[in-house]
Design a protein around this ligand. Structure first.
Ligand code: F6P
Length: 742
């Protein structure tokens, strides 16, 4: 079809060329012929001049004979002799009578006065003729003129021959060109097709690589759109479940994370179930409810041992029991070395730019190795096939992926690093950097929140490991093993189940203000964090201080409530932070309190998610001021909580969330003036603007929810699994055929 169109254009072009060539050629040859005839006429008259002069005044018969002699030339049809006054003196028989001497000489005088010769090419019914006039002078006096008539029909005949030849040439050329084109297209097409086929199956020649990338992107987009349509837009637990079963033929996943989603705690009145303050748990618990399977975690609650079965498992969530938590027990020594020591005094400050020096003790690292092995063994006990899907979470388990891989070589291991990955120079200060990298490279996929963290990881591998970095597909290749390194910005469930039956925004506003002893119309800001030095809590409180100093009208009206869950309090750094935050809150309160008014309300205790969501809904603004944060899900939770489309998010530029939630007021938390300006702007923001910003952020969080986060990783893992299976099939059939078996 396409070749047909091309040939049509080619033939039309050739036809146009042939027509233009024909007209150009006839014009030129005709002018050559005419000039030729003029020359012949002049020569004929010149050679007969003597006879003509001699017979000019004589009897017309003698002159006629001379004219007849001239017409013996085969091309000269007729001749006439005219007197200078325009009378016909003599002519041959064939002379066309319509061209009288007078009329011819008059036209010559008009068109070419004073010229010795003149010609014209009129058309007669018998065909075209050439009529030339040559003046004849005798001893200085004009005698008259000789008119010669040439037959031009031979020119027409030649033109017809030229036309026929050109038409024939055109047809031959058109045929040949079409044939060659078809052959060339066929050969080129065959080449392109096989190149393209090779390209799409992985061996793309260099020049095809951009095209292949585009085709793959398009295919991915189309598949996504198709899936989106099939599932009515948003990612949901059902869609995630379907991704798991359709793409991975898996029924369940095994998650490995240090923190357990449900902690059983002894209370005077029995056992309480707590939901820990952890972004990791916030994100993964809904995924686990959707997928089912086992969550392997440290049993850290005081009543945890009493609530497990003989396999150390407990079914959760209470009342729903859709998946299991497998608890791993740690001695105090192990917990101190692995969790408090290497993970939280070493890796945590190493990965966060928060100006706390990492502490690396080899005893801690030894515990870290042993505990990673302990958890890896527990994972291997929980799997139900030799190619399970295992999702390893966070910096507590950098070594576990390789340990699992050595026992389950066919497992699909997805590791997700919930905190930033620093640059290669910084990771280089860790005495066990190679071990950490090698441990993580046991994974099929290593995920981070941002592309920047992926780049840092790849640079670190490049700097410290023997491997090949495939920058094209963001993968690390070690022998036959390939680890994809991809950004998967984490998120929260949508809709948030904690909002089911939650008080309305106006109830929450009134209730929280009453509880905190604030006026009904008090302006309220909220901060929700674990008490951690990376969260910038001191900078946050100082920004409130600066706000009140610069805006006296807000004193007595604006309060900031900080919910701070105590965290890692065994570590001196954290204990000192507790004290510093407490002291700073008191100092600011002492400065600005009036009567019962306190600008800072510090609630240093664990709050269950339902209570946290009540605060989000009661607040006029939420300030997330992390000094460095992989993502920060508090920012996304605040957005999810505000179904009234009100409230303003003030967000640190050093969080991963700032890349997604661009409609927040983005600040540098170290810049107290800028942060206080943002707080003031938030308190003063017109309702319409609040709505517009909130609506846009809600759209983003709802679409890019945690089901999508997990779904994307599972889909990539499925793709990898499919490729590995194909490569495996190819290499085993190659081995068999080399051995002459297949
Ligand atoms: O930020 C990474 C993260 O794992 C969070 O998910 C969680 O809030 C925190 O670190 C770990 O807290 P914890 O030490 O209390 O488990």
């Amino acid at each position: 079809m396409r070749a047909g169109r091309f040939i049509f254009v080619l033939v039309a072009g050739l036809a146009l060329l042939a027509i233009a060539g024909y007209f150009g050629l006839t014009q030129t040859t005709r002018s050559w012929f005419e000039r030729d005839l003029e020359l012949r006429s002049t020569l004929a008259v010149a050679s007969a001049r003597q006879g003509l002069m001699a017979n000019w005044g004589a009897a017309s018969t003698r002159l006629s004979e001379t004219l007849t002699d001239i017409t013996r030339d085969e091309r000269i049809m007729a001749a006439a002799a005219c007197s200078s006054t325009g009378e016909l003196l003599a002519s041959t028989d064939a002379y066309p009578t319509q061209f009288s001497c007078r009329s011819v000489l008059e036209r010559m005088q008009e068109e070419s006065p004073g010229s010795p010769t003149w010609s014209m090419t009129p058309e007669l019914p018998s065909g075209p003729i050439h009529l030339s006039v040559t003046r004849l002078d005798g001893a200085g006096d004009p005698l008259g003129a000789i008119v010669l008539v040439h037959d031009l029909s031979f020119v027409s005949r030649r033109e017809a021959t030229t036309r026929n030849l050109l038409t024939l040439a055109f047809f031959v050329m058109a045929l040949a060109a079409s044939l060659f084109t078809l052959l060339a297209v066929r050969f080129a097409w065959r080449g392109w097709t096989s190149d393209l086929q090779r390209a799409l199956t992985g061996a793309a020649p260099r020049e095809f690589q951009p095209l292949v990338r585009d085709v793959r992107e398009l295919a991915k987009r189309l598949a996504m759109e198709h899936e989106r349509e099939a599932w009515g837009g948003l990612w949901s637990p059902d869609r995630l479940r379907a991704t798991l079963t359709q793409h991975l033929q898996g029924e369940r996943v095994v998650i490995l994370a240090n923190r357990e989603p449900y902690i059983h705690e002894k209370r005077p009145d029995g056992v309480a179930v707590l939901h820990p303050a952890s972004g990791l748990v916030t994100a993964l618990e809904p995924v686990m409810r959707a997928c089912s399977g086992v969550w392997v975690a440290h049993g850290s609650g005081t009543a945890d041992r009493e609530t497990v079965d003989e396999h150390d498992r407990v079914r959760v969530p209470p009342g729903e029991e859709s998946y299991s938590v497998r608890r791993v027990w740690l001695s105090e020594e192990e917990e101190n070395g692995y969790y408090y020591g290497f993970a939280n005094e070493g890796l945590w400050p190493l990965c966060h730019v928060a100006h706390t020096r990492p502490v690396f003790r080899s005893e801690d690292y030894e515990h870290y190795v042993r505990v990673n092995q302990k958890f890896a063994d527990a994972v291997c006990q929980e799997v139900d096939s030799d190619d399970p899907i295992v999702m390893v979470q966070d910096y507590h388990f950098a070594l576990a992926p390789n340990m699992i891989r050595s026992r389950l070589p066919r497992a699909t291991i997805i590791s997700f690093w919930h905190i930033p990955w620093p640059n290669a120079e910084r990771i280089g200060i860790c005495p066990w950097r190679e071990e950490l990298l090698s441990g993580l490279l046991g994974s099929s996929i290593v995920g981070f929140h941002t592309q920047q963290h992926c780049n840092n990881f790849l640079d670190s591998v490049d700097a410290f490991m023997e491997s090949r970095i495939d920058r094209e597909s963001n993968a690390v290749v070690q022998g036959a093993r390939r680890t994809l390194v991809r950004p998967y910005p984490i998120s929260i469930e949508w809709p948030v189940h904690w909002l089911d039956g939650a008080p309305s925004v106006s109830e929450a506003r009134a209730g929280v203000r009453a509880e905190l002893g604030l006026a009904k119309d008090a302006l309220l800001g909220v901060g929700i964090d674990r008490l951690d030095y990376t969260k910038g809590i001191e900078e946050r409180l100082s920004a409130v201080d600066t706000l009140l100093a610069r805006h006296p009208d807000l004193r007595g009206k604006f309060s900031f409530v900080q919910l701070a869950a105590p965290s890692r309090t065994k570590i001196p750094m954290y204990r000192e932070l507790n004290e510093r935050v407490e002291a700073l809150a008191s100092e600011i309160n002492a400065k600005w309190s009036q009567g019962s008014y306190r600008p800072i309300i510090l609630l240093r205790s664990h709050h269950e998610p339902a209570a946290v969501f009540r605060y989000y809904r009661a607040a006029d603004l939420c300030y997330v001021s992390s000094l460095h944060d992989g993502m920060n899900l508090v920012a996304k939770e605040f957005v999810a909580a505000r179904d009234d489309e009100r409230g303003v998010l003030v967000l640190s530029q050093f969080t991963g969330a700032a890349r997604d939630l661009t409609e927040a007021l983005i600040v540098n938390p170290y810049d107290l003036r800028q942060a206080s300006d943002a707080l003031a702007a938030a308190l003063d923001m017109p309702v319409e603007e609040q709505r517009e910003r909130m609506r846009s952020m809600r759209r983003l969080v709802s679409e890019f929810n945690v089901y999508r986060w997990a779904g994307k990783m599972l889909a990539d893992a499925a793709e990898l699994r499919r490729k590995e299976r194909l490569v495996g099939r190819f290499s085993s059939s190659a081995v068999l055929s080399r051995r002459g078996i297949a």
